[in-house]
Design a protein around this ligand. Structure first.
Ligand SMILES: [Zn+2]
Length: 482
């Protein structure tokens, strides 16, 4: 780490709102359709077509704003942001500029062992542009093709304050933000399909200096790892430049993940280059208190709050609570199993162990996971009653998972119940002792280690079903009595 320069980082995150239709028309937002199959006069920017604001998109944006502690503005204004690219058929993008939907807010992140509050500047709504296709056509050396399916897809842009001081902190902030948006159902978190994108504003300044250095904007970063690497690269590049007596120029730079470096794309436009002005075809967006409260009422408990509640209410370790609150579905499932089994720690162990492992092996999501909460609770109850051992329970689990049958049924039908009957266990022990005379003699001669071997033989002789505690006690007694 450089000891003379302090990095200063702010992020701009574009998140696609998970509405079925676009922000100003009824076209589908589904990803992966044939190019230009989800378009209409509005999202193609044809003359005379008028935008109509998607209410669901506004509600999602409000939800995101509330979850991040932002102040939702009673009135916000859509504006035209003018620039000319083939992927922007109108010649302008409808966005919010001077009066965005929400202001302020923030998020606490912990990176490198230190906690830090990262402030938010604003959240505004806007439409996405189309996609220019520079490759893959026979005449791609001469022509660029454009797919307008993405044109008009609803986005929120979340702009942070320049509060981050390391690449790791920025990556952590982005990851936490993604968790929240996905948890709320506002965004699908899919960075490969471009429904969540991040640009980073990076500058450096000598420690102790208050004024910010000149920043470069790094674009095109589509994973947490690349975000961290791109920012690290950019910090090093700027420090080297300054140390060499050069100046950082304000520009947009693209991250090239293959080369592991950023390169200059264009000098950064200033806001006045965009000639923003209020969108004449849309009225001001008015969000009254009743609407905010209606949206607030539909919000789930957020992951952080739920994690803390799990630790307090169920007395499970913080680590468990973190795993169990990876998604609302998993957290709901845990609560259902814990309640039905009356044993939260066992519920947590089974979910974090066998269940997640099995789901992972089969590539299943929670939605596709076949094991109902009461069925898993039934298995835990059988262990707690001493009907089956933990080892046998794993076999029962595998059978339950595929069949949906109850643990009770499986244990009864397949004779898997633990042998807790003393006479039956003693019979097995005597048989094992008769067959392993040498080991018995060694134990009696003082070689205590052979005890473990003999217990193993007893368990094996019972098909794994002897109550292990009972087997231990009785074996010891039989060996000492001999
Ligand atoms: Zn359309």
């Amino acid at each position: 780490m450089n000891t003379r320069y302090e990095p200063v980082i702010g992020l701009e995150i574009h998140a696609q709102l998970q509405t079925r239709t676009k922000i100003f028309c009824g076209c589908s937002t589904a990803f992966g359709a044939a190019p230009n199959s989800q378009v209409c006069p509005v999202c193609l920017g044809l003359p005379g077509a008028l935008p109509v604001l998607n209410r669901q998109a506004v509600d999602y944006a409000i939800k995101a704003a509330l979850s991040l502690g932002c102040a939702v503005q009673r009135e916000s204004i859509f504006a035209r942001k003018n620039y000319f690219y083939p992927d922007l058929p109108k010649g302008y993008q409808i966005s919010q500029y001077e009066r965005p939907l929400a202001l302020g807010g923030g998020l606490d992140v912990t990176a490198g062992g230190a906690a830090r509050r990262i402030g938010l500047t604003r959240i505004h709504m806007e439409e996405d542009a189309g996609k220019s296709l520079h490759e893959g056509f026979f005449d791609s050396d001469r022509r660029t093709y454009v797919d307008y399916n993405r044109s008009g897809v609803p986005l929120i842009e979340i702009v942070s304050e320049p509060d981050m001081r390391s690449a790791a902190q920025a990556a952590e902030f982005f990851a936490r933000l993604r968790d929240i948006l996905v948890w709320l159902g506002v965004n699908d978190g899919n960075m490969e399909e471009g429904s969540l994108r991040c640009d980073a504003n990076v500058s450096v300044r000598p420690y102790g200096q208050e004024a910010f250095g000149t920043k470069a904007e790094v674009k095109n970063v589509n994973s947490f790892r690349y975000l961290e690497k791109a920012i690290e690269y950019e910090i090093d590049r700027q420090i080297e430049l300054l140390d060499g007596g050069g100046r950082v120029v304000q520009e947009t730079r693209l991250w090239d993940s293959a080369a592991g470096r950023t390169h200059s794309m264009r000098s950064k436009e200033e806001a006045h280059d965009y000639r923003y002005f209020p969108e004449p075809d849309l009225p001001p967006l008015v969000v009254d208190e009743a609407r905010v409260e209606r949206v607030r009422a539909t919000m789930p408990e957020l992951p952080e709050a739920r994690r803390r509640r799990f630790v307090a209410a169920y007395a499970i370790p913080d680590y468990d609570a973190g795993v169990l609150t990876q998604s609302p579905e998993l957290a709901d499932y845990f609560e259902a199993v814990a309640a039905a089994a009356g044993n939260p720690k066992a519920a947590s162990n089974w979910i974090m162990g066998e269940l997640l492992r099995t789901m992972n092996d089969r590539g299943q999501s929670m939605a596709a996971m076949p094991l109902a909460a009461p069925v898993l609770a039934g298995l835990i109850a059988l262990i707690d009653k001493g009907t089956i051992s933990n080892a046998i329970a794993k076999d029962v689990f595998a059978k339950m998972y595929d069949s949906g049958r109850s643990a009770d049924d499986i244990v009864t039908a397949e004779g898997m119940a633990q042998i807790g009957d003393e006479a039956a266990v003693i019979a097995i022990i005597r048989d094992v002792m008769a067959k392993n005379g040498d080991a018995v003699a060694q134990y009696r001669a003082g070689k205590a280690q052979t005890f473990g071997f003999l217990v193993g033989q007893v368990m094996k002789g019972s098909g794994g079903k002897a109550n292990p505690k009972l087997a231990n006690q009785l074996l010891k007694r039989e060996l000492e009595n001999g």
